[in-house]
Design a binder for this molecule. Structure first.
Ligand code: URP
Length: 455
C-alpha cells in the first residue's frame, strides 16, 4: 500500500461501515480494520465519511452558444469539479455540422488529454442527425461512448431532430449498446409564446419561464417516452425539471420500460420565483426552473428511484453575457453552474436528514457508473476500484461565495447558500487533488474513461 485512509466511515450506495482503506497504484487494494504498512502515507479520517468521488454525468465545458462559449473550459471546469468532490465527468462533445462525428470526438479527446485534472468520458450532442452521422455510431461506441443526445428544440435548420429521425437513432443505439438522450421541450409552443411576448415588449427573464412552462416540457417528455415505449428502446431524459414528465417516466418504468431520468441541483434547490427578481437572468437555463410542486415531485422521484441520476448540466456564462438579454430573454445564453456545488449540496441535504448519504452516493456516483458502463472501476469503494475518494467532514459549515469557487465564472447562483458538511479532501486514483479548500492537482492528470457498451 502507498496510502492508507484510517478511522473513517465508508459510505457506498449500499453500505455504511467503519473501516480503513488501503490504496496502491491508484486502486483500492484493502479494506479492513487497523490497516498498517510501514511505507504507506497515512491519513486520519476520524469523525469523517469516506465516499466515492462524484461522477457528473452532464457537463458542457467550453460549449459554443449565442456567439460565445460557456465560461468553464476543460481545465477550469475539471479543476472546479475536483474542489467539490467530483472525480469524473461525462462531458458533451458537440458534433460540428460538416465535420465527421469521430473527427470532433478525437479533437475533443486530444484537448482533454492535455487539460483535464480529473478522469473524463464523453457523451455526444448531435446537431444534425444525417445518415452519415448514424453510420458513425458504431465507431463511437467502440471508442467508449454509449450516450448520444438529440434536441427537440431550436429550429429545423439548427439542432432540432424530428421524431422519425429520433426513433431511428434510438433503435440503432439500442442495437449497438448505447442509449439515446433527448432535450425534451416543445419548440412550437416556445416560439408561439415568444413571438407574442416580444411583440408586447415582455422580454424580461420571467418570460423565459412563461414561454417554457411545465406543459412545454411535459408534452415533450411524454412524446419521447411514448416513442421509446412504442419501439421498446432505452431512453435517457437529462435535466428533468417537471412533475408531470416525471409521472409519465414513473408510469413507463413501472411497466418495465428502460427509461432513465436525470435531474439537476438547481431544480432541487431553487423555484421559478428566481425569475422575478434582480439577477433573474443568471438563472436562465433550459428547461427553466419550475414551481414548488415540480420541485417536491423531483425529490420524491429521487427517493423512490425513478430519478436515477443527479448531474449538473454545468454550462455557465459570465454576468455581462447573461445581462445582454435582460430586455430580451432570447438573447441570454442558456445554462447555469453547478460542477463544484452538486456533491456538497446533495451531501448537505443528507447531513440535514432529507435523504440518506447512501442515496446521494447512488444518484451522484454509483448509478452514473453502473448505468453508463464504467462500474465497478468507478462509483464505489471496493477492492480493485479506482481510488477516487472524498473525505467529507459532516461538522464543517461552508457558505458559497463567488470568490470561494474555483470555476472561471464571475458569479454563482449558489451565492450565499450554506452547506452543512463539506468535502475536505478529494483523491483521483489515489492522488490527492484537493485539500482543505486548496487545489493541489495536476493538469493532464485526468484519463479518458472508456465506457463499455450497455447490455
Ligand atoms: O440551459 C441549458 N441546459 N444549457 C446547457 C446546454 C443544453 O442545452 O443542454
Amino acid at each position: 500500500m502507498d496510502l492508507i485512509i484510517k478511522n473513517g466511515t465508508i459510505v457506498t450506495a449500499k453500505d455504511t461501515y467503519a473501516a480503513d482503506v488501503g490504496i496502491k497504484d491508484g486502486k483500492v487494494v484493502l479494506i479492513g480494520n487497523d490497516l498498517r504498512h510501514s511505507e504507506a502515507e497515512t491519513i486520519d479520517a476520524s469523525g469523517k465519511l469516506i465516499l466515492p468521488g462524484a461522477i457528473d454525468a452532464n457537463t458542457h465545458l467550453g460549449m459554443p452558444l449565442n456567439n460565445t462559449q460557456s465560461a468553464d473550459d476543460c481545465a477550469s471546469g475539471t479543476y472546479a469539479a475536483a474542489c467539490g468532490g467530483t472525480t469524473t465527468i461525462f462531458d458533451y462533445v458537440i458534433q460540428q455540422p460538416g465535420e465527421s462525428m469521430m473527427e470532433t470526438i478525437r479533437k475533443r479527446s486530444e484537448l482533454f488529454e492535455k487539460e483535464s485534472y480529473i478522469d473524463y468520458s464523453f457523451n455526444v450532442s448531435l446537431t444534425k442527425v444525417t445518415p452519415e452521422i448514424l453510420k458513425e455510431f458504431k465507431e463511437a461506441v467502440d471508442f467508449g461512448i454509449n450516450q448520444f443526445k438529440v434536441f427537440m428544440i431550436y429550429s429545423k435548420e439548427h439542432l432540432m431532430t424530428d421524431d422519425g429521425t429520433f426513433v431511428k437513432a434510438m433503435l440503432l443505439a439500442k442495437e449497438l449498446g448505447a442509449r439515446m438522450a433527448v432535450h425534451a421541450e416543445n419548440p412550437y409552443i416556445i416560439n408561439m409564446h415568444t413571438e407574442e411576448f416580444l411583440a408586447e415588449g415582455k422580454g424580461h427573464p420571467w418570460y423565459h419561464y412563461q414561454s417554457r412552462q411545465e406543459y412545454v416540457e411535459t408534452e415533450a417528455v411524454k412524446r419521447a417516452v411514448y416513442w421509446a415505449t412504442s419501439f421498446n428502446t432505452p431512453l435517457y431524459i437529462p435535466h428533468l425539471a417537471c412533475k408531470e414528465g416525471l409521472d409519465e417516466i414513473s408510469r413507463a418504468r413501472n411497466e418495465g420500460y428502460d427509461i432513465l431520468a436525470e435531474t439537476c441541483p438547481h431544480y432541487l434547490y431553487f423555484t421559478n420565483e428566481v425569475y422575478k427578481y434582480e439577477g433573474s437572468q443568471n438563472y436562465v437555463c433550459s428547461p427553466p426552473i419550475k414551481g414548488p410542486e415540480s420541485q417536491d415531485a423531483l425529490w420524491d422521484g429521487i427517493k423512490r428511484g425513478d430519478i436515477s441520476i443527479v448531474a449538473t448540466d454545468h454550462c455557465p456564462f459570465q454576468s455581462h453575457e447573461k445581462a445582454a438579454g435582460l430586455e430580451d430573454y432570447t438573447k441570454i445564453p442558456n445554462g447555469v453552474m453547478g460542477i463544484e456545488n452538486m456533491y456538497p449540496y446533495m451531501l448537505s441535504e443528507a447531513n440535514k436528514g432529507r435523504l440518506s448519504f447512501n442515496k446521494v452516493v447512488e444518484v451522484c456516483s454509483s448509478n452514473p457508473a453502473h448505468l453508463f458502463g464504467c462500474a465497478p472501476q468507478k462509483g464505489t469503494i471496493a477492492i480493485g476500484s479506482d481510488a477516487d475518494l472524498v473525505v467529507y467532514d459532516p461538522e464543517k459549515t461552508f457558505v458559497v461565495k463567488p470568490e470561494k469557487m474555483h470555476s472561471n465564472v464571475d458569479h454563482t447562483i449558489w451565492d450565499g447558500v450554506e452547506f452543512s458538511g463539506y468535502p475536505i479532501k478529494t483523491f483521483s486514483r489515489g492522488k490527492l487533488i484537493y485539500d482543505n479548500e486548496k487545489f493541489v492537482g495536476e493538469k493532464g492528470w485526468g484519463q479518458f474513461l472508456k465506457r463499455e457498451p450497455l447490455s
